[in-house]
Design a protein around this ligand. Sequence first.
Ligand code: GDP
Ligand code: MG
Length: 177
Amino acid sequence: MSDEEAEEEYLFKIVIIGDSAVGKSNLLSRYSRNEFNAHSKATIGVEFQTQSVEIHGKEVKAQIWDTAGQERFRAVTSAYYRGAFGALLVYDISRRATFDNVARWLDEINSHSDTTVARMLVGNKCDLEDSREVGLEEGKRLAESEGLFFIETSALDSTNVETAFEMVIREIYNNVS
Ligand code: GDP
Ligand code: MG
């Protein structure tokens, strides 16, 4: 391997989108800092977190963007999507309305992106089995019909959080390398 190859850098922008209060900020804080906040307010200040993953001996960095609560006003700007190679589209399995809105978020990503964006549908709060309103199979079916990856997660108990982000990062790596 030449020196140039060894020093090759990978930095991918990934965006998290979906309705308000589905758990976007907590998925990111769980993944990047192993933190969960039961009373999280709309994100203030922090635009993104950077995480490193090793793939085939290479350091791959993901710059993961969180909305600052703009999704409440349907005012996520094109700057937010610009340059993204991956997206996590999150709904809350205990609130059907957030699943019904997945189609519009998907339209948003598709209309703002010109490259191959690795897209994953994420059914968050799978710890809330007792108040589930969206079945696992429904999520799978939608993902399959739209060509998305699919996973259910819990930012609360950590289920599949790392897997969700790392699947997207690996897919992006596969797309570009
Ligand atoms: P955002 O608006 O999409 O960024 O959502 P937040 O991350 O701010 O979370 C909204 C609310 O849902 C907060 O009260 C969180 O504590 C809660 N929450 C987030 N993820 C989970 C989860 O996986 N399980 C449960 N039970 N609650 C969650
Ligand atoms: Mg948030």
